[in-house]
Write a protein of this length. Structure first.
Length: 364
């Protein structure tokens, strides 16, 4: 990376299973808290990068005026926070900005594209994985149980009710063998992150520092997909390529990661990502789950927030929510969810077009 990028302030709302009634007020409150967290005034922010569901640029501008950010240039990007973090990092690396506010607003429930086709692919991939590696359906369900256990301590999560293994297995089947609690369902919320150059952070930051040490972005068009494999249809090779690029840039490996927030759109997706991101060898994700190496007390804590399975699927805000969770752990401010001795954290996002952005953070 050309210039170091630091995360200097974060905040988010609680996520909701319904559309936001008053997004303008919620945006103003969230941004103000992020500024306080950073120890900054509105005048310190050079530009705003925003992603939103239905909220138009004019409405976003009015919401920002409540915080004193009305005159600040606003770049309203596509309704997907996956590109938001990447583009802002590029701007700071290139010296085009010193301090950027990232704002994600999911004010309306997202529509899941081609749901029938997507569910069919997931069902096929899950059954293929089970046959290939003799994996039990209970393994997929254990991922959902873990997500709910993590979410018990997260007041910002939507789905916080603890579930037993039997409850997950006996829930309505959505894409056999996967049941209803094994999918991330649409939700709404607001998230704000302040990024800055390392020089700006040294001058202005008052709290524990967190810096971005590497970032990789890979599109489906950049990789060769495995012919005839169901895993390829749900982006497995894209995730592998992003992880490899990320580790090569950073000079770190998956064994160095202590906490991870990954795109668990389903329990199958999470299971495959354990392997794609290098946390275990291909075909050994079941052992990782059985050994508890994806939760507290194991080698790695995956989705301490509860992940998308518990916060829900909010494309405009979910990626920033992942960033916020990891920054809290690296600062030692995650409360009951705190991962002990968190030093290196990995964020994995998937955009609505299948683009993967993977980011490594380090405690300063």
């Amino acid at each position: 990376m050309q210039r170091c990028v630091n995360v200097i302030g974060v905040d988010m709302s609680a996520f909701s299973p319904a559309p936001l009634l008053d997004p303008t007020v919620l945006v103003g409150d969230t941004v103000r808290r992020a500024l306080v967290d950073a120890g900054l005034a509105a005048g310190d922010v050079g530009t705003v990068f925003a992603a939103s569901g239905l909220m138009e640029t004019g409405a976003l501008q009015r919401a920002l005026e409540l915080t004193g950010l009305g005159p600040v240039p606003l770049r309203h990007l596509a309704a997907d926070s996956c590109s938001l973090l990447h583009q802002a990092c590029q701007a700071i690396e290139a010296g085009q900005a010193e301090c950027i506010l990232l704002l994600g607003v999911q004010d309306a429930l997202a529509t899941l594209p081609d749901l029938d086709s997507t569910l069919g692919q997931l069902a096929t991939a899950a059954r293929e994985y089970m046959v290939r590696y003799r994996t039990r359906r209970e393994t997929f369900a254990m991922v959902a149980v873990k997500a709910r256990q993590h979410a018990l301590c997260n007041s910002e999560a939507v789905f916080r009710q603890e579930l037993s293994l039997d409850q997950v297995l006996e829930a309505p089947v959505i894409a056999g063998p996967l049941t209803h609690p094994q999918f991330a369902w649409p939700t709404c919320g607001v998230a704000a992150v302040l990024l800055c150059s390392r020089e700006f952070a040294r001058r202005r930051a008052s709290g524990p520092g967190v810096r971005i040490i590497a970032q990789a972005r890979v599109t489906p068009q950049q990789v060769s997909l495995g012919a005839g494999l169901a895993f390829s249809a749900i982006g497995y090779e894209v995730n592998v390529a992003a992880a490899q690029d990320l580790y090569e840039q950073a000079g770190w490996g998956p064994q160095d990661v202590g906490v991870c927030e990954l795109h668990d759109s389903s329990t199958l997706a999470e299971l495959l990502l354990y392997e794609a991101l290098g946390f275990c060898a291909e075909g050994s994700a079941e052992k990782l789950v059985e050994d508890g190496d994806n939760t507290y007390g194991g080698n790695l804590v995956v989705n301490p927030s509860g992940g998308l399975l518990s916060l829900g699927r909010a494309p405009s805000a979910g990626g920033l929510a992942q960033c916020i969770e990891l920054v809290r752990h690296l600062r030692g401010r995650a409360g009951q969810r705190q991962v002990a001795n968190a030093n290196i954290a990995l964020q994995h996002q998937v955009g609505t077009d299948g683009t993967v952005v993977a980011t490594l953070y380090q405690r300063e």
